[in-house]
Write a new protein. Structure first.
Length: 209
């Protein structure tokens, strides 16, 4: 993250461009994908430990022609993992950061999945979009109120039996976030913990956990 008011969740990062590349390897996909990164995006020097935990131990997308979303996509590691693991799925990649969106679009095209990836700013997501699964390493540092609003918006877009799969650092409030989600009527299951991160599966009120 850059200093001052210029964060990875800024809509137009002011940090000077410093292009980089990281390798995305998945245990169930027989290929490695090189992702372009840049300054002013989340974890440009490498896939961060929380995202890596979500990719390694988090829920896998169901087969079939589903609609999935990566909320806070950054330069696209989770988006590409979903598209590669679910070859019939349409994957929405949503981020406020224009530089991150450009990278995700380029990375999806380079990986050959661009036709199934929809990259969008939050305000450009169709109001009637319904998703069959949410994956996110949410931007905790936007502040509690903004985070709660973000999650409430996306949880309301789930299909009846859909779940959200989140990774949150314990020292950034994973347990208090889980309690808040429970207070909103959601069923929260801790899938796993590793190196200070929590994997949370969130089912809606009345949905199976």
């Amino acid at each position: 993250m850059t200093s001052g008011a210029d964060h990875y969740f800024s809509s137009r990062p002011r940090a000077a461009s410093r292009p980089g590349r990281v390798v995305l390897a998945l245990d169930d996909v027989d290929r490695e994908v090189v992702l372009r990164t840049d300054a002013g995006t989340f974890s440009p020097g490498g896939i961060d430990p929380g995202t890596r935990f979500l990719l390694d131990d988090g829920a896998r997308p169901a087969p079939g022609p589903t609609t999935l979303v990566d909320v806070g996509c950054g330069y696209g590691p989770v988006t590409l993992a979903l598209a590669l693991r679910a070859p019939e799925a349409t994957v929405w990649a949503v981020d406020v950061n224009a530089r991150a969106r450009e990278l995700t679009r380029a990375n999806a095209d380079a990986a050959g999945v661009g036709a199934r990836v929809r990259v969008a700013a939050p305000e450009d997501v169709p109001a009637d979009l319904v998703v069959d699964g949410i994956w996110s390493n949410p931007p905790i540092r936007v502040g509690k109120a903004a985070l709660h609003d973000l999650l409430a918006t996306w949880l309301a877009r789930r299909a009846p039996d859909a779940a959200a799969h989140l990774v949150v650092a314990r020292n950034l409030g994973a347990d208090s976030l889980a309690r808040w989600l429970g207070e909103q009527g959601h069923t929260v299951t801790r899938r796993g913990s590793r190196r200070g991160y929590r994997l949370l599966d969130v089912a809606g009120p009345g949905d199976p956990g």
